[in-house]
Design a protein around this ligand. Structure first.
Ligand SMILES: Cc1cc2nc3c(=O)[nH]c(=O)nc-3n(C[C@H](O)[C@H](O)[C@H](O)COP(=O)(O)OP(=O)(O)OC[C@H]3O[C@@H](n4cnc5c(N)ncnc54)[C@H](O)[C@@H]3O)c2cc1C
Length: 466
């Protein structure tokens, strides 16, 4: 039997559910990645492009070393996948299941073309440890609140842990095949020439990063994770987003580390619970794909969002006059990543202080984040806007100056990304307009937080009809 694996957001060889399933069925195989113009043109994130290309290059190298060329083709998947399957005369095409509305439509179209050609499509859910239909409430419905989901998740793990596959296993042989020039678009793609700022792509880099995090930082994760000036988190979100490392591997290695280093257990458990958030949001998207464009809670559907083009522009450019917000937005645009605490603060500022629709903020994040992931990004935005599954209550509105004072007390993070504030005394750093001589080249606040807070409360209450 012959198989073809169509890689998407699963750019690894180890602990790979679909490839393992393919290896059970076929003895000859080939590997394909399709550069879908729809997805390529949609993202403005050069950091994410770079990460994707690096991860593909690393995958291609490892495949080549095992005699399997990675075919990389530009084109519409509905056309390319059946065409290559036909050319290689494969019986089965494997892939890892995806959940966005676009991916579901695309996969359905590919499946139907393959089936009408007499081929099988083997889709394996592998992006998370447990699938959306596996962690349900006692009534058998999807969870809409994180805490009970987390309890159910860990109960499922305790009952039947999902350890990663112990060793690399691939189908026996490559299908003998010469690539044509159009099937090797990887070598014609240019890596962005700007200096690297984001994480290095590829499976080896991911595994190294995971070990380093566990060896040196997880012990302090509980406290350091909220401090944006400290490099206290794993920075594996892009690797998880592109499936360069499996979530199962992260859980397994984390739990093993906690066994060997009991002093690190609280940090490991907190970290694994963050990974459970990722599973939760993936399940929400799978069960309710419409959340990508709609409020999870319909009571906010009539919320009177403001258009405010100047406010939106100031937020995007990191020129709101609130230092922690501006530092976050500049970190995002300059590096393609933003600290989680700061993501929460800037999202709250946009949706509550400026009353701008969360969809515009989520879009901007997706355009810039190296880890931009439809499920986690949507979950984070709807949480901040109080429209989501398990949201920040609408009346709890972050005060950006107080958040800055609390999480960046020495101002190291703000000074790193907002050089105009480098010389401001620390006690004025998060409210520079109060300094005896405010810095001339830094904007005054675009809204007064106290007034903006009252306005947001009125608008949210009106939407709820209370
Ligand atoms: C408004 C907003 C937008 C976000 N957009 C994204 C996004 O597009 N992609 C993305 O991967 N994460 C997103 N997050 C979640 C979180 O900010 C990032 O996962 C985290 O900052 C990544 O850094 P890390 O890998 O060092 O995280 P760690 O602290 O090391 O956490 C480990 C892993 O757990 C997962 N995780 C951590 N926090 C969350 C969370 N709140 N929700 C879901 N998963 C989580 C990530 O996969 C992360 O890599 C968003 C959060 C907010 C508030």
């Amino acid at each position: 039997m012959r198989g073809l694996h169509w890689f998407r957001n699963d750019l690894r060889l180890r602990d790979h559910g679909a490839i393992l399933a393919l290896a059970d069925r076929v003895d000859e195989w080939a590997a394909l990645f399709v550069f879908d113009p729809k997805l390529l043109d949609e993202t403005l994130s050069r950091n994410r492009d770079r990460f994707l290309i690096e991860s593909l290059a690393s995958l291609a190298e490892e495949l080549e070393s095992r005699g399997v060329p990675l075919l990389t083709v530009r084109g519409v998947p509905e056309e390319v996948v059946p065409r290559i399957a036909e050319r290689l005369r494969v019986d089965v095409v494997s892939s890892s299941e995806a959940d966005t509305p676009y991916a579901r439509r695309r996969d359905e179209a590919v499946r139907s073309r393959l089936e009408s050609d007499g081929r099988e499509m083997l889709a394996v859910r592998d992006h998370t440890v447990f699938g959306p239909e596996e962690i349900l409430t006692k009534k058998g419905t999807a969870h809409s609140i994180y805490s009970p989901y987390r309890r159910a998740w860990w109960a499922a793990w305790a009952a039947a842990p999902r350890w990663p596959a112990p060793r690399l296993r691939l189908p026996e042989r490559a299908i003998p095949y010469e690539r044509s020039a159009s099937e090797d678009s990887l070598s014609t793609l240019d890596l962005p020439t700007s200096a690297r700022i984001g994480p290095t792509g590829g499976e080896t880099a991911a595994r190294r990063r995971l070990s380093r995090f566990l060896e040196s930082r997880v012990g302090r994760y509980e406290t350091d994770r909220d401090v944006p000036a400290v490099d206290g988190t794993a920075r594996l979100s892009a690797h998880l987003r592109f499936g360069v490392i499996s979530a199962r591997k992260c859980f397994a290695v984390g739990l093993e580390h906690a066994e060997e280093h009991p002093e690190d257990r609280p940090g490991v458990e907190k970290w694994l619970d963050e990974l459970v958030w990722r599973e939760f949001y993936a399940a929400v998207l799978a069960n309710r794909p419409e959340v990508t464009t709609q409020n999870f809670r319909s009571e906010y559907d009539d919320l009177a969002w403001r258009r405010d083009p100047e406010g939106f522009e100031a937020w995007c450019r990191g020129r709101t006059g609130y230092p922690i917000v501006d530092a976050g937005m500049r970190q995002l645009v300059e590096t393609g990543w933003m600290h989680n605490r700061v993501r929460m603060i800037v999202a709250s500022f946009l949706t509550k202080d400026l009353l701008i629709d969360w969809r515009r903020g989520a879009r901007f994040f997706m355009d810039h984040l190296v880890d931009g992931d439809p499920a986690s990004n949507n979950g984070g935005w709807q949480w901040a806007a109080s429209t989501g599954t398990d949201p920040q209550p609408y009346f709890r509105i972050f005060n950006p100056s107080k958040q800055g004072e609390r999480w960046d007390p020495d101002g190291d993070y703000v000074r790193r990304f907002v050089p105009e504030l480098a010389d401001v005394e620390t006690r004025y750093l998060h409210s520079p307009w109060l300094a005896p001589t405010p810095p001339a080249d830094y904007p005054a606040p675009i809204v007064a937080h106290d007034e903006a807070r009252k306005r947001a409360l009125d608008v949210y209450r009106a939407a709820r009809g209370s």
